[in-house]
Design a protein around this ligand. Structure first.
Ligand SMILES: [Zn+2]
Length: 166
């Protein structure tokens, strides 16, 4: 798919969202949970810089869990949540990843160290990462928010290297 088609698809998806007004990520999470009939639960976690991801989505039979790096700004956390929502809405790799399935069976007694370990092994394609990031950015701009600056330090460098961020 061309970049233009990807952008069009992501834009159509965001347009169909009917964003809450006044906008907040929390309100969006609530609304999506209600609309999809599947609660989205946000968890914060000290993921650390050892892995090249700062968020993770795990789908179980009844619920979507989003794990977010706790040692970052609230603004960046919210962007990570939107990015993971992008993966959810684009239906990226649902049920495909063995690690995710294995992880889901561990819920709800999920131990942070287990999540952190598995985080480094999540396998989206770079196109899926770009789509999720695009959805996050489009929600930001649709909501009249400024996109966040890139992450500091090693993670920021990794994001650029991975093509998640420019
Ligand atoms: Zn991602």
């Amino acid at each position: 798919m061309t970049t233009r088609q990807v952008r069009k698809r992501c834009q159509a998806l965001v347009n169909a969202l009917d964003l809450p007004s006044p906008f907040s990520v929390e309100a969006l999470v609530r609304e999506l949970s209600a609309r999809r009939g599947r609660p989205i639960r946000i968890h914060t976690l000290a993921i650390g810089s050892a892995v090249n991801a700062c968020g993770l989505w795990i789908a179980t039979d009844s619920c979507d869990h989003i794990f977010v790096e706790e040692k970052t700004t609230r603004f960046h956390q919210e962007h990570i949540v939107l990015h993971e929502i992008g993966h959810i809405l684009m239906d990226h790799g649902a049920g495909e990843d063995e690690n995710r399935r294995a992880l889901a069976t561990l819920l709800p007694g999920l131990r942070p160290d287990v999540v952190s370990r598995l985080l480094g092994r999540t396998s989206y394609t770079s196109e899926q990462e770009q789509e999720a990031e695009l959805v996050a950015s489009l929600i930001h701009s649709a909501a009249g928010m400024l996109p966040p600056s890139s992450s500091p330090g090693v993670r920021g460098t990794l994001e650029v290297a991975l093509g998640i961020r420019r």
